[in-house]
Design a protein around this ligand. Structure first.
Ligand code: GLC
Length: 436
């Protein structure tokens, strides 16, 4: 079975590879280059085609802005199967945006630091891979500098996101409270996603109004970070986003150490790191819920809901051993029932839980991969194995889909897979887990 799954996964990735050198997440539904997708995709390629792995990263970094910003979507080509496209986002409004590529003015979780480390670990030709890393690593460092200089207005070591699309967990119930108080206009537009995927698995029209509205506000300020920090109605410190940044800081420190000669950068990374880890535990760990939660900077309050993002700090080594145990108890008691596969994207014990709808309940393979690595790091071996085996079950029973039902009876019937099919990061990260 393993060989068959691996062969199918390679087929998915190869079919989504584009002649420009990057890989789309899924045909029609996502026809451009997405930032964190490219990171995960590179990890999959590294196991069988290092050139493609490197090309995935190079094409993305080629679209970096002069201020270190790396966009969440790079519009390499024109296609009308996706909305909102380059004409809506208008990245050229920002004076330092890429002159070469059109993009969004949004970011996505900063995975590239640890992705470079993964490429190095997987590589059979460490010398060549290290040389490649040497050619790209400063761009990733500049991106971290962009975050700490521009997205941490209180100088806490925690960066904010100003849009739910920046979180990567697009329509999680986490954002509902913010949107409820928004007076967004009714936009007149033609959705494209719902012509590829059943609407009951995608966000609603009203949610899309809010998504567009927040971007329009950022555009009004020409994507200026200080003005966004002062005026955006959406300004959140997200535990997943910050955990990815912290994990990537750690990877950059390790890689600069291997490369040698960049002590100033290492010192700076260590400074960011120390502050960030401290604040994650002080500000975002909720001792009553025993989980990492979100902080709404605009409305100055915690968002005390639990999602799969709540457990991602394990991957970055953030919690103490004791907090990690409590965190894992929360995971098992709320998400880990016998009748479920791990790990639902949103708390199954909550009234907001929706097992078929996008980030409101289904299992996503990238979050499972992050969790798998985090559980291993803290030596929760049995649970780590369960996450890996569950991921294999999801895919082998249903195919390489975008997200999956966590209810065993639904999933096992073979009708429990949702969103886009032949989805790249599901394939890439399964390759990585199967090679463990
Ligand atoms: C969806 C996901 C996002 C992902 C994108 C492309 O928007 O929410 O995390 O990057 O699809 O796969």
């Amino acid at each position: 079975m393993k060989d068959k799954l691996l062969a199918e996964a390679q087929k998915v990735l190869n079919a989504n590879f584009q002649k420009e050198g990057f890989t789309i997440p899924s045909k029609k539904l996502y026809p451009f280059q997405w930032k964190w997708d490219s990171g995960f995709i590179a990890i999959g390629y590294a196991h069988y085609d290092m050139d493609k792995a490197e090309s995935e990263i190079t094409t993305l970094l080629d679209a970096q802005w002069a201020n270190g910003f790396i966009p969440h979507i790079v519009f390499h080509t024109d296609t009308d199967t996706y909305f909102p496209g380059a004409d809506f986002h208008q990245s050229a409004l920002h004076p330092m945006s890429s002159k070469k590529y059109r993009s969004t003015g949004l970011v996505q979780p900063p995975v590239l630091g640890f992705v470079l480390e993964e490429l190095y670990e997987i590589s059979k030709n460490k010398k060549a891979t290290l040389q490649y890393i040497r050619s790209q690593i400063d761009k990733v460092y500049d991106n971290h500098q962009y975050f700490y200089q521009n997205r941490d207005p209180l100088n806490e070591g925690l960066v904010y996101i100003y849009h739910n699309w920046e979180s990567g967990t697009d329509n999680s119930p986490i954002w509902d409270g913010i949107f409820e108080n928004l007076d967004s206009p009714e936009y007149d537009f033609e959705r494209r996603d719902t012509s590829h995927v059943n609407p009951e698995q995608r966000p609603t029209k009203r949610e899309y109004d809010h998504y567009l509205h927040i971007i329009d506000i950022a555009k009004k300020y020409k994507y200026d970070d200080q003005k966004i920090a002062a005026h955006s109605p959406f300004l959140v410190q997200d535990p997943l986003f910050n955990a990815m940044l912290i994990k990537s800081n750690e990877a950059l420190i390790m890689l600069y150490g291997l490369l040698g000669g960049d002590n100033i950068k290492i010192k700076q990374l260590e400074k960011w790191q120390e502050k960030a880890v401290f604040q994650m535990n002080k500000k975002l760990f909720d001792e009553d819920l025993n989980a990492y939660v979100y902080y709404d900077l605009r409305n100055k309050k915690h968002i005390r809901l639990i999602s799969s993002s709540s457990f991602t700090p394990l991957f970055a080594g953030i919690p103490s051993k004791k907090d990690a145990e409590n965190l894992v108890n929360t995971l098992v008691s709320r998400f880990g029932g016998e009748d479920r596969y791990l790990c639902a994207s949103f708390d199954p014990t909550s009234t907001h839980f929706r097992p078929k709808k996008y980030w409101r309940g289904p299992v996503w393979i990238n979050l499972n991969w992050i969790l798998f690595r985090g559980l291993k790091r803290y030596e929760f071996k049995d649970l780590a194995r369960r996450v890996k085996e569950d991921s294999v079950q999801l895919v082998s029973k249903n195919g390489y889909y975008e997200y999956f039902d966590c209810r065993k009876e639904v999933l096992d019937s073979g009708n429990g897979a949702y969103g886009g099919n032949n989805f790249s990061w599901s394939a890439a990260l399964l390759i990585d887990m199967l090679n463990e």
